[in-house]
Design a protein around this ligand. Structure first.
Ligand code: CA
Length: 517
C-alpha cells in the first residue's frame, strides 16, 4: 500500500486529486496534515483548504467552477458542489501574445517509411478501396475478404487491404454548403499517405456522390506526377457489363490486383522524423488524463515540433474553455482568427441542437473524477505541448504545413480519428483513463494509459503506461521520450501496436453537419 498521495497541478489551486488506487477512506491523513472528511475515490478532487460558498474552485490555475456551498478542507469536491462557469466569450481574446522562446531543433532522428510521389511518407503500405456510397459496402466487404485470402499472400510487401466504408453518398443534401465537410473528408482520406496514391473507387452508379465529384480530375495527383493525369479507376456496380454478383466481385478483384502489384514494388526508405504526421486525441478520459498521459503526450508533441514534424490536436469542445490559451499561443493573428472562427462555428452548431460544450462529458468521465467540461478541457489541452500553434484546419481539410496544427473536429473518438485521417496523419496517439480498445485500420494507433491500474488490467491493449508518472516511478519527460521512440519504431513497422496486433478497427464515422434528405 502506497502512502496517501494527492496531486496538485498549480500552486494557486485549492483542490487536488487523490492518486491512490481505490481511493482513500475518511480520516486519511496526508503528509501535509490534510485529513479527509469524506471518502474520496481515486482521481477525484479533495479540497486543500476551506472554500466558502461562491468562491472560485481552481485546478490547473483555472476556475473550474464556484462552490455551490461551503466546502470544508478535506472534503470530496464532486460535480454537485460546483457551479460551472460560462464559456469564455470569443470577443476580446489575447491574440498571438505569447512568444515562447524558439525550441531547439531536434536533429538526427529518422524512421523507415514509404515515400509517395507527392513527397508525403506512409508508415504502412495499404491498399484502400474508396467507396462513394454505403450501398456498395456489403459488396466491398465481400471482395476485401477474398482479396485478403487470395491475392494478398502473393504480395508480401503490402500490409493490408481496407474498404473505406461510410454511411454517406445518398439520401443527403449534396449541395448544402456544409456537405463539403463529409465530401472532402472522404476525398482526403483516400489520399492518406498510407495508401501510396493507389486510388481505386467502388461506386454504385445512381448515387448523389458521383465518383468525379468525390475525386475530380487533378485532385488525386498523388498517384504519379510523372505521367499524364490518370483517369479515376472506378468499378461501377450498376454497369451493364456486370451480370450477377460474382462479376462485380471479379471486377473489384481485378482492379485491386493491378494496384497491389504496384504497392508490392515499394520499399521502406530512411526518412527524417520530420515526415511524421501525428494526430493526438483522448477518449474515455479521467482526472489523470491531464496529470500523466496528456502532459507526456504534450512533451512528445514539443519533441515532434522540434524535429520538424507535423502534429495536430483536435476536439473542439475539449479546448473551447481554453480558447484564450490557444489564441495567445497562435503564431500569428491570422492563426488566432482561424481558431476563433472554428470555435464560433462550433458554438453555433451546438446551439442549433440546443446544447453547449457541457454536453461533452460522459458518465465515465465523471466517475473518473472530471466534474465538468472546464476541468476536462484543461486536461485535454495539455496534449498540445508548448509550441506556437502555426496552423488551423477546418473539418476534413488536409494539412499542408509542418509544426503544431489545430485540426478542428468533434471530440467523438471515431469522428476525430476519421477527420485526422483526412488531415493526412501517418500515426495516431490516443490517451485513455477509463480505457477503450480503440483502433484504426488505416494508421497505427498508439494507446497511452493514464493510470497503472488500467495499464496492468489492459496489459495487452495499452502500449504505454503513463500512470508511472502518478506512481512516482517515471517523469513526464521520460514517458514523453519513450513515446517518441515508440513512434519511430511503430512508424518504421519495427513494432506493431496492440490495436494492430489484434486488428481492432473502429469504423470511419463522417462528420456531416449538412441535412439528410
Ligand atoms: Ca476523443
Amino acid at each position: 500500500m502506497r502512502p496517501p498521495l494527492y496531486i496538485t497541478m498549480h500552486e494557486r489551486d485549492n483542490v487536488a486529486i487523490v492518486a491512490n488506487d481505490g481511493g482513500l477512506p475518511v480520516g486519511t491523513v496526508f503528509p501535509s496534515g490534510l485529513t479527509l472528511v469524506d471518502k474520496v475515490p481515486q482521481g477525484h478532487k479533495v479540497a486543500l483548504v476551506d472554500i466558502a460558498a461562491g468562491e472560485a474552485v481552481r485546478r490547473y490555475n483555472v476556475i473550474i467552477g464556484r462552490a455551490a456551498k461551503a466546502i470544508p478542507a478535506g472534503s470530496w469536491v464532486h460535480e454537485r458542489l460546483l457551479d460551472m462557469p460560462d464559456a469564455r466569450s470569443l470577443e476580446g481574446l489575447p491574440i498571438a501574445t505569447v512568444k515562447p522562446p524558439p525550441l531547439a531543433p531536434l536533429e538526427g532522428y529518422t524512421f523507415e517509411g514509404y515515400r509517395n510521389a507527392d513527397g508525403s511518407v506512409g508508415s504502412r503500405n495499404i491498399l484502400a478501396i474508396t467507396t462513394t456510397v454505403q450501398c456498395v459496402a456489403g459488396v466491398v466487404d465481400f471482395a476485401v475478404k477474398r482479396i485478403k485470402s487470395e491475392l494478398l499472400p502473393k504480395y508480401p510487401h503490402v500490409d493490408d487491404v481496407v474498404g473505406l466504408e461510410h454511411t454517406y453518398g445518398c439520401g443527403v443534401a449534396i449541395d448544402a454548403p456544409d456537405a463539403i465537410i463529409p465530401i472532402r473528408t472522404l476525398r482526403n482520406i483516400s489520399l492518406n499517405p498510407n495508401f501510396g496514391g493507389e486510388v481505386m473507387v467502388v461506386s454504385l452508379g445512381c448515387e448523389k456522390l458521383q465518383p468525379e465529384r468525390l475525386l475530380p480530375p487533378g485532385s488525386f495527383a498523388i498517384v504519379d506526377e510523372r505521367s499524364e493525369p490518370q483517369a479515376l479507376d472506378v468499378v461501377c456496380l450498376q454497369d451493364d457489363a456486370h451480370v450477377g454478383f460474382m462479376s462485380m466481385i471479379d471486377s473489384v478483384m481485378k482492379a485491386a490486383d493491378a494496384h497491389l502489384q504496384r504497392l508490392n514494388a515499394r520499399r521502406r526508405e530512411t526518412v527524417p522524423a520530420s515526415e511524421l504526421v501525428v494526430g493526438v486525441q483522448c477518449g474515455g478520459s479521467d482526472a489523470f488524463s491531464g496529470v500523466t498521459a496528456n502532459p507526456a503526450v504534450g512533451f512528445c508533441t514539443d519533441l515532434l515540433v522540434r524535429a520538424g514534424a507535423t502534429v495536430m490536436f483536435s476536439e473542439t469542445t475539449e479546448v473551447r474553455d481554453g480558447i484564450d490559451q490557444l489564441t495567445s499561443r497562435a503564431s500569428s493573428p491570422e492563426v488566432a482568427d482561424a481558431m476563433i472562427r472554428e470555435m464560433a462555428w462550433y458554438d453555433a452548431y451546438l446551439r442549433k441542437g440546443q446544447v453547449d460544450r457541457s454536453a461533452n462529458t460522459t458518465p465515465g468521465n465523471k466517475k473518473g473524477g472530471l466534474s465538468n467540461i472546464v476541468e476536462k478541457a484543461m486536461g485535454s489541452i495539455v496534449k498540445s505541448g508548448s509550441a506556437p500553434i502555426s496552423g488551423v484546419l477546418s473539418p476534413g481539410e488536409k494539412a499542408k504545413q509542418k509544426g503544431l496544427i489545430y485540426a478542428a473536429t468533434p471530440a467523438s473518438d471515431f469522428i476525430c480519428g476519421t477527420l485526422q485521417l483526412a488531415a493526412g496523419i501517418n500515426l495516431h496517439v490516443f490517451t485513455t483513463g477509463r480505457g477503450t480498445p480503440y483502433g484504426l485500420a488505416e494508421v497505427p494507433v498508439i494507446k497511452v494509459a493514464t493510470r497503472s491500474e488500467l495499464a496492468r488490467r489492459w496489459h495487452d491493449l495499452m502500449d504505454v503506461n503513463a500512470g508511472r508518472i502518478a506512481d512516482g516511478d517515471a517523469s513526464i519527460e521520460e514517458v514523453g521520450w519513450e513515446l517518441f521512440h515508440l513512434m519511430l519504431d511503430v512508424a518504421s513497422g519495427r513494432k506493431k501496436t496492440w490495436a494492430e496486433q489484434w486488428k481492432l478497427h473502429n469504423a470511419l464515422v463522417l462528420f456531416n453537419p449538412a441535412p439528410v434528405t
